[in-house]
Design a binder for this molecule. Sequence first.
Ligand SMILES: [Zn+2]
Ligand SMILES: [Zn+2]
Length: 340
Amino acid sequence: MRAAIFEEAGRPLNVVTVEDPRPAPDQVVIEVAHCGICGSDLHVTQHGLVPAGTILGHEFAGTIVEIGREVGGDWRVGDRVTALPIQACRSCEPCAIGLPGLCSSVLFTGTTLETPGAYAQYVRARRTMLQRLPAGVSFAEGALVEPLAVAHHAVGLAGELSGASVLVIGAGPIGVGVALFARLAGARHVVVSEPAHGRRQTALGMGATHAIDPAAGPVARSFATLAGRQPGVVFECVGNPGMLQHAIELAGVRGRVLVAGVCLEEDRIRPLTALGKEVSLQFSQCYTERDFSSVIDAIAHGRADATPMLTRIVGFDELPSAFEALRQPGEQCKLLIDPH
Ligand SMILES: [Zn+2]
Ligand SMILES: [Zn+2]
């Protein structure tokens, strides 16, 4: 099959031919229809955090083409699916309580040589991680389920949002997904702060009530003008140093800060800022199977329209250059690969 391989930091992905994957007894092989490009893919390749030869890609949807002998159940060749890109141990404490994303020895699809990802024509997934796509959910939407599940999980951790005034910092795929599910959860104001014009438009298309440019004036003042009060919940969806403190400063009294941005560097906060308002800080990581099925259900029943976040589809020929171009800040939200 054709696949895009990471070779070393600073070099574009290389599209090569590799051996077709075969399923382990508890796995299926999926023919990839679409795979999303994730900000984390850009980050790990920039810093060389994955081994040479890694096939990236953990946001995929496609058709089952081969089934391992122990899979059983009612899975058939031809079934349309997506899957949680998680290989969990199934015996540690988090696994036992249904949080495979927090497994102490988790391996993510598309980050190791043992668990190749879906920047390829075929990808393997464990039976227990499969999620069926109903007829009304396209493969493109199916490939958006993983990033949307990240957003859905963060919104779920925020507690009661009915009538709430919510600030979302960052309108990348996670931020716009948070806007979508915060509105569905009944938030009255969902204000997204984002410097890129195109991404602000995407946020509005996904359900944000307002989108503001943080370069145009203090976010706190813009928010107060729009919502008439300070944010009850702030979602941090950027993941750069300084954003935690920024989010704490913006939260109102007894406000909640939900951290969905992935910051891989050390960061500082001023505890006094949070103390003086009794702000609570909650981190959000991955998702559960329930987040996946809820997202699919919301799309299938027309409650959620994810398509505004999809800004471009590229084939293998364009992939290496399109991938490098994403390293510069821009208007794009989610790019999908079509590996055929
Ligand atoms: Zn991702
Ligand atoms: Zn585990």
